[in-house]
Design a protein around this ligand. Structure first.
Ligand SMILES: [Zn+2]
Length: 417
């Protein structure tokens, strides 16, 4: 005997990127919370709480309908699990989490037949789509990362070679990819670099060697390894002389108004890609190899360095729109330089704050609201200005805004930035 209690997910989660992202985060937190609890068992496809009627949480969130058990009689110790898991679920899914107990509401929301069907579905993962092999290229260590349908596929893009195409709508802030480089090495002249890369290549698997050699080379000739490195390497952090080459990230093409941004994590030696905005299914995933300068400067640099003519939405604007954009980018550069002037920040804080304000406005206009990382930097600069002048209250406000921008582009999993 005893009474049933638990919670239902209403409506049930979809297989869409946002629900998957939230569920993955939720599962990760639950796993962390109970990692030392011997009653909580991590099965291949779900978490089982070995108390009461053994409630379970599947790794595939769209299968989840109910977490419940009898909570009295011989099952009394499960009540705390239900209460805690419900509270964590509410943080992630809000009012979709419907708590019920047999006394107040005898049947929950879903029919038991449907609930038992959902439990049975936990045993078997959904068949991955053929493209799932792409996910295996990702070297994240958290198994949750590789669950379900990958967010993108590798496809031929006219005029650009290979690229990444979103398979689903990808919500702003989603971590699209997290990847370790084949190796990292400092940039230097090709004849010095060539034997160094050859040695690094000998240290990686045959499969990884093949992947490296399949990458595009804009500098064919007597230094093929350095050519591939120069064409594909991303700096390990802003202005770092050290670069990394990646199996998948190196396939992401450039846009001067990118929908994603890349970030190097020094602690975990990973590069991550996060969505700057909603990326619609079918849209190409892009990052900026360089977003400095006016249109002509950018395009010349891209042609010289990477060997392609940029025809991104920014570079394809009409002549009059390009003039406006160039003037805006020039002004942004001037504002950025002025804000970075420490002496001015100390002597003319009001002007520095005004510059931060104008820079934020221009960033929003130029990048169509997608410059979250650059905006976070501007908020940080504003924070620096006011904290220098002892304005703690306003500093806190800017700090929160900076955090908000950063949070928007942080994902979950093994290599959180
Ligand atoms: Zn462009």
């Amino acid at each position: 005997m005893g009474i049933d209690a638990g919670f239902d997910m209403v409506p049930r989660l979809s297989t869409g990127a946002t629900d998957r992202h939230n569920w993955d985060t939720f599962i990760r937190i639950i796993k962390d919370m109970y990692k030392d609890d011997t009653q909580v068992e991590i099965k291949p496809n779900y978490i089982e709480f070995n108390a009461g009627e053994h409630p379970m949480l599947p790794f595939e969130g769209h299968k989840f309908l109910r977490f419940s058990s009898k909570i009295s009689g011989s099952c009394a110790n499960v009540e705390i699990y239900i209460d805690t898991v419900r509270r964590v679920a509410e943080v992630h899914f809000g009012s979709r989490v419907k708590y019920w107990n047999e006394i107040a509401d005898p049947c929950g929301v879903y029919d038991w037949k449907l609930v038992h069907e959902s439990f049975r579905s936990y045993e078997q993962r959904d068949e991955p789509e053929p493209i799932a092999s792409i996910a295996q290229l990702i070297t994240g260590t958290d198994p949750i990362q590789n669950i379900g349908i990958p967010l993108f596929e590798i496809a031929k893009i006219p005029g650009k070679g290979r690229g990444l195409i979103a398979r689903l709508n990808i919500a702003k802030g989603t971590r699209i990819l997290c990847e370790k480089p084949f190796f990292t090495v400092a940039s230097m002249s090709p004849n010095v670099l060539e034997p160094i890369i050859a040695k690094r290549l000998r240290a990686i698997s045959k499969d990884a060697q093949r992947q490296f050699l399949s990458l595009h080379n804009n500098y064919p000739g007597k230094h093929p390894f350095s050519g591939i490195f120069k064409t594909n390497a991303l700096p390990c952090g802003p202005d770092s002389p050290v670069g990394g080459v990646y199996p998948t990230i190196c396939l992401i093409n450039h846009s001067c108004i990118p929908n994603s941004h890349n970030n190097w994590n020094d602690d975990t030696d990973h590069e991550t890609i996060h969505a700057n905005r909603l990326i619609k299914a079918g849209e190409e995933i892009t990052i900026a190899y360089n977003q400095e300068g006016d249109t002509a400067t950018r395009r010349a640099w891209l042609t010289n360095t990477f060997g392609f003519d940029c025809n991104c939405p920014a570079c394809s604007r009409s002549a009059s729109e390009i003039r406006v954009s160039d003037a805006r980018r020039l002004r942004m550069k001037k504002l950025d330089d002025d804000i970075g002037n420490g002496d001015r920040m100390v002597r003319r804080p009001k002007d520095s704050l005004k510059d931060c304000h104008e820079l934020l406005k221009l960033l929003k206009e130029e990048y169509d609201g997608c410059a979250v990382v650059l905006e976070a930097r501007a908020y940080y600069d504003a924070f620096q200005v006011v904290i220098t002048h002892g304005d703690q209250a306003r500093a806190t406000g800017f700090e929160e805004l900076e955090d908000e921008e950063n949070d928007d582009t942080k994902g979950t999993g093994c290599c959180e930035l």
